[in-house]
Design a protein around this ligand. Structure first.
Ligand SMILES: O=C(O)[C@H](O)[C@@H](O)[C@H](O)[C@H](O)COP(=O)(O)O
Length: 230
């Protein structure tokens, strides 16, 4: 399921999303003493990150992670971890904890197994999930072009999986759908006419492997809040 929330301009969306996420994280810390949020990389979220970073939250009780990460070093321009550190782990949010998806040099089976154990104990289920969407309908690193898409969408798999997309650079690590769908609150953050057209295409059909974002729009157990601005 989904609801579409449209905003006149991106700055209005960024602030509205930051306000809603701030409220959800505050409630989670009040009720269980901690909160976890997974955000996405890309060019869309910078304004949202900046707005959220200035909010007065119990940041030391909040753990931030990523829905997916390119398996590159921190100083790479392609690093989502670097993007989050430079734009979200700033201002008041500098006190937040960060769960690194990229740990070590190689994404070996042992590394993945250790990360899965740590993610289950420290993060899951997520209180807040912020998804992006590519022009091909991918979300996180659930890419239609990858050989791992069936595993990524599978009903029974581990929280994290290794993905080698054919239409995007870098080896990646991504949370799987079955674990992302358990998030207490799921948002799809997109902007521009192009992404609205991709969303409409996703809503017009049902093949999940063709457009993995459909899994978050169609699943009756997920209530995805779409935040879109021109
Ligand atoms: O690692 C990534 O690339 C992201 O997690 C990815 O899922 C992103 O959210 C979309 O590709 C949208 O990216 P833009 O915001 O740049 O369009």
């Amino acid at each position: 399921m989904y609801q579409i929330n449209e905003f006149p301009q991106k700055s209005d969306l960024d602030q509205a999303l930051a306000n809603q996420v701030a409220e959800l994280l505050t409630q989670a810390v009040k009720s269980k003493g901690k909160a976890s949020i997974a955000v996405s990389g890309g060019s869309t979220p910078k304004g949202f990150f900046n707005a959220l970073s200035k909010m007065d939250l119990p940041w030391s009780d909040i753990t931030i992670t990523l829905a997916d990460e390119r398996w590159v070093d921190f100083d790479s321009e392609a690093s989502n971890t670097r993007l989050v550190h430079e734009n979200l782990l700033q201002n008041k949010a500098v006190a937040a904890k960060f769960f690194h998806l990229k740990q070590g040099d190689e994404l070996t089976q042992e590394t993945l197994a250790d990360l899965n154990i740590a993610a289950k104990s420290m993060l899951l289920p997520l209180d807040v999930l912020i998804l992006g969407m590519g022009e091909d309908g991918h979300t996180a690193s659930l890419f239609p072009c990858s050989d791992q898409i069936d595993e990524g969408l599978a009903k029974c798999t581990s929280p994290l999986l290794r993905v080698m997309p054919k239409s995007a650079p870098h080896e990646r690590i991504s949370f799987s759908f079955i674990y992302l769908k358990q998030s207490k609150n799921t948002f799809l953050h997109i902007s521009g006419a192009g992404k609205k057209a991709v969303l409409n295409k996703a809503l017009a059909d049902s093949d999940l492997r063709e457009m993995p974002i459909r899994a978050f729009l169609q699943d009756p157990d997920v209530n995805t809040q779409v935040f879109w601005a021109e």
